[in-house]
Structure formats: structure tokens, C-alpha cells
Ligand binder design. Structure first.
Ligand SMILES: CC(=O)SCCNC(=O)CCNC(=O)[C@H](O)C(C)(C)COP(=O)(O)OP(=O)(O)OC[C@H]1O[C@@H](n2cnc3c(N)ncnc32)[C@H](O)[C@@H]1OP(=O)(O)O
Length: 414
């Protein structure tokens, strides 16, 4: 039977989502999961595929935004709910969904699309590159003491209820997100479904959510940790007892470390486990014994697909002054490729414009997404054959331009 692609109606949520849920081996979603999806879903931004009258695949997008190096924010499509029924795989359905979705995004105000991937081999072919990575940090409170040189910031730590957190965390996130390139917008529905509802079936068998906030001297929240005990402390269970940290964000490194200090003060627990820390989390430089911080599972997190190079990169702060013509070869969506001149002043402000000039450097769309936020230097890609320098010195200029003083990091699951 012929396949039909179309936008689902709002009343079709469950049927539309079924192939995606089944793709993730969720046989029948609970009413709570359906309610959460309904609150998050933007049906007009979805595209699905029908075989007869049955949905067999789809892709959705959230209206989001993305922090660039320097703190500027650009609109971004947050690609989500991607799946194709096991009965219809490997015959080009995802490719067609991606083509239609990217055309749709490109026709609107968003110069980029972002996503978090279930598997790392899927999205490069569609021009997405790994813009941020994360690392799992597991720390034994018994051993991990901060060095005496590490000062405490002004203000105080407080433990608050989830209801109190609801009133302060969303605004605090907006205040501090400019610090990290790669941070994405968190909608009210995101906060409710991913944090505050704290549904029992999303707790991995652990306790309800606990919230530690840091307030500055004026009483304004400038950092927080949300966490739960996975295996409750009990004398004979000490070796397994874990505090699982879900969100850990501070306005600066000292606030961030003060939150670590608060978490590590839970000395009844064998381990504090942060599933997704920034690769430059300051803890590694601040503990007396860095071997007690077990870092593992370095992995891709935010994948970035640039659809309009001048609008995506123009507002970013460059790492140095410089002049560079970059040629972007976009195999999946040639209309998004071309040659672009980056001209930046020493203060990091600059312009990005289409040009006919001869390129200094050539790279693919996936590679542009990889270097765009400063997580990987262009020269590192060139060394493995993924970027080509046409003029001696061009790679050094590109490295300096694209560099970011802090590693890009996306702390948001969507
Ligand atoms: C943002 C998110 O929501 S991430 C979630 C993604 N969804 C899932 O992981 C759910 C489970 N998986 C699936 O639903 C499907 O396997 C999908 C969506 C990943 C792929 O759908 P398909 O329709 O089979 O992909 P399609 O046929 O268009 O494949 C295009 C190409 O990608 C390759 N490809 C597709 N999936 C994968 C994969 N998981 N690993 C490696 N290669 C893959 C195909 O081999 C094909 O390559 P080719 O062009 O060289 O032949």
C-alpha cells in the first residue's frame, strides 16, 4: 500500500505516537504518559506517515531556542518524537520525514534544528553534528572533599519543596542559561512534565524529588540541584545507596561547587551520581583527590543542524578577531550550504554573510554543527579528514574564531 505523509490533527495524538512508543518498546503508554505528551505536543509542527489508515512513523518539533557562545539566543526547532514502526524500517521513511521537517523549519523563523539522539549513527547523514557532549560523574562523599582554596560564594544553600521550586526555578534558569552555549529553552510544559510532576513511574524506583537551591545575598536563586535517593540508606545497604542528581546548574563555578558541596554532605550515601555533567565540570579541578571522581560515559548530547548559516552564527561571540571564508557542503539539503565570510573584531563581535569569494576552509553540514558552539576545534576535524584547509593558516584562524571559553553543554533532556 502507498504511504501518505501528512500533519496529524490534535485529536490523533495517541494513534500518531503509537509507532514512536512501540519503536522504543513501550507497548501501551500509561494515561499519565499520554497526558504529559499532550501537554508538550505541538501537533501543527509534527509530520507523520500513514500506511492506509494506520500511522507507521512520525517526527515532531518543539518551539525552542538555543544559547550561542557569548549568551545570544537564537530560535531553534527542538526535534523530538522520531520513530518508524519496526514493520516499515530501512526503506527511506525517516529520510523523507527529515526532508519535509527540515524544509518546514527552514521556511520559518528558526535558523537551526536541535535534537538529542537515541543512537549516534542516525542523524549525521541529515546534517546534524554533535555540538555538546556530557559525562557521567560518580563521586563517593566519604572521599571527595573540596580543596581549602575553593571559597564559598556569598549567599546560602537551602533545601526547598518541589512546590517552592516551581515558583523560582524557571525564572532562575532564564537568568543563568546565557553562561553556557548549548543551553536550550525550557517551556512551562517542559518544567511540569520533566521536573515538577515527578510522577512515581518516572522515579526509577527512587524517592520523590528533592531540591537544593543556592540563593545569592539578595535571596535570588542562582543555582540548584534536583535529586533523589535511588537505593535508600540502611546500614546493610550502604554500598548500593545512591543519590541520583537530575539537574545541577549554577550561575558560576563557585555556586556550582557550593551545590556539589551540599550534595556531598549527604555522607550516609555511598555515591552521588550525576548522569549528565558538563565535560569541564569544575569539580574535577576543585577536589583534593580527583581520582575519587569517577568520570565515565562521555557521550554526545545536543545535535545541531544549521539551516541558515548567517542567521545561526551571526549573533555568536567569536573567540578572536579574524576573517575567514568557509565553504559548507550540505549533501542532504544543498540550499543550506554555500560559502560564507566570517569577519570578527577583536572583541568577538562580527558578521557572517554569503559570499562568492574563494574558500579558506571546506567542511560538511555535520561538521559545521560540530564546531559551531566551540565544542570541537575545526583543526581536530581536519586531522581526521573531515575538514579541508585551502590556505595555510586558515585552520588556525578557524580554531581561534570558533573557540569558546567554556565547553558547550546542554543540561536539558527533551
Ligand atoms: C530525536 C529523537 O526522537 S531520537 C529517536 C529516534 N527513534 C528511535 O531510535 C526509535 C527506534 N528506531 C526507529 O524508529 C527507526 O529505526 C529510525 C527512525 C531510527 C530509522 O527509520 P528508518 O525509516 O528505518 O530510516 P531510513 O530508512 O530513512 O534510513 C536512512 C538511512 O539511515 C540508516 N539508519 C537508519 N537508522 C539507523 C540506525 N539506527 N543506525 C544506523 N543507521 C541507521 C539507514 O540504514 C539508511 O542508510 P542508507 O541511506 O545508507 O541506506
Amino acid at each position: 500500500m502507498e504511504l501518505t505523509y501528512r500533519v496529524p490533527r490534535p485529536d490523533e495524538l495517541e494513534a500518531f505516537m503509537l509507532p514512536v512508543w512501540r519503536g522504543f518498546a513501550v507497548p501501551a503508554p500509561s494515561p499519565e504518559l499520554v497526558e504529559d505528551e499532550r501537554d508538550l505536543w505541538e501537533p501543527a509542527r509534527s509530520i507523520g506517515v500513514l500506511d492506509g489508515d494506520e500511522w507507521v512513523g512520525g517526527a515532531g518539533a518543539f518551539t525552542m531556542d538555543l544559547t550561542l557562545p557569548g549568551g545570544a539566543v537564537v530560535p531553534a526547532a527542538g526535534v523530538t518524537m522520531v520513530g518508524v514502526a519496526p514493520t516499515h524500517r530501512r526503506r527511506g521513511v525517516l529520510s523523507e520525514l527529515m526532508r519535509r521537517q527540515l524544509d518546514d523549519v527552514a521556511a520559518g523563523p528558526e535558523p537551526v534544528a536541535v535534537l538529542t539522539a537515541s543512537e549516534a549513527a542516525i542523524y549525521g547523514r541529515f546534517g546534524y553534528g554533535v555540538a555538546t557532549r556530557g559525562v557521567r560523574l560518580r563521586v563517593a562523599p566519604e572521599w571527595a572533599r573540596l580543596r581549602p582554596e575553593v571559597p564559598s560564594p556569598a549567599g546560602r544553600l537551602r533545601q526547598v519543596t518541589v512546590a517552592q521550586a516551581r515558583a523560582v526555578l524557571p525564572a532562575a534558569y532564564e537568568r543563568i542559561r546565557s553562561r553556557r552555549p548549548g543551553a536550550v529553552g525550557r517551556s512551562e510544559a517542559w518544567w511540569e512534565t520533566h521536573v515538577f510532576r515527578d510522577r512515581p513511574d518516572g522515579r526509577e524506583g527512587g524517592t520523590a524529588l528533592m531540591v537544593l537551591v543556592h540563593e545569592d545575598e539578595a535571596g535570588t536563586v542562582d543555582g540548584w540541584a534536583t535529586y533523589r535517593a535511588l537505593e535508600r540508606w540502611w546500614p546493610d545497604r550502604l554500598p548500593e545507596s545512591t543519590l541520583r542528581v537530575e539537574d545541577l546548574l549554577g550561575a558560576d563555578d563557585l555556586v556550582h561547587l557550593e551545590l556539589w558541596r551540599g550534595l556531598l554532605a549527604h555522607d550516609l550515601y555511598a555515591e552521588v551520581d550525576v548522569l549528565h555533567a558538563a565535560i569541564d565540570d569544575p569539580l574535577l579541578l576543585a577536589v583534593r583527590d580527583a581520582r575519587r571522581v569517577r568520570a565515565s560515559a562521555l557521550s554526545d548530547w545536543l545535535w545541531l543542524r544549521i539551516l541558515d548559516v548567517p542567521r545561526a552564527l551571526g549573533p555568536r561571540r567569536w573567540g578572536a578577531g579574524g576573517d575567514l571564508v568557509v565553504e559548507v557542503v550540505d549533501g542532504f539539503r544543498p540550499a543550506s550550504g554555500g560559502r560564507f565570510r566570517i569577519e570578527a573584531d577583536a572583541d568577538g563581535t562580527g558578521t557572517v554573510d554569503a559570499t562568492d569569494a574563494a574558500p579558506d576552509l571546506t567542511l560538511g553540514a555535520e561538521e559545521l554543527g560540530t564546531v559551531a558552539l566551540g565544542g570541537v576545534a575545526p583543526s581536530a576535524l581536519a586531522r581526521v579528514g573531515r575538514a579541508v584547509e585551502h590556505r595555510p593558516g586558515a585552520l588556525a584562524t578557524a580554531d581561534a574564531l570558533f573557540a569558546s571559553p567554556v565547553a558547550p553543554h546542554c543540561a536539558t533532556m527533551f
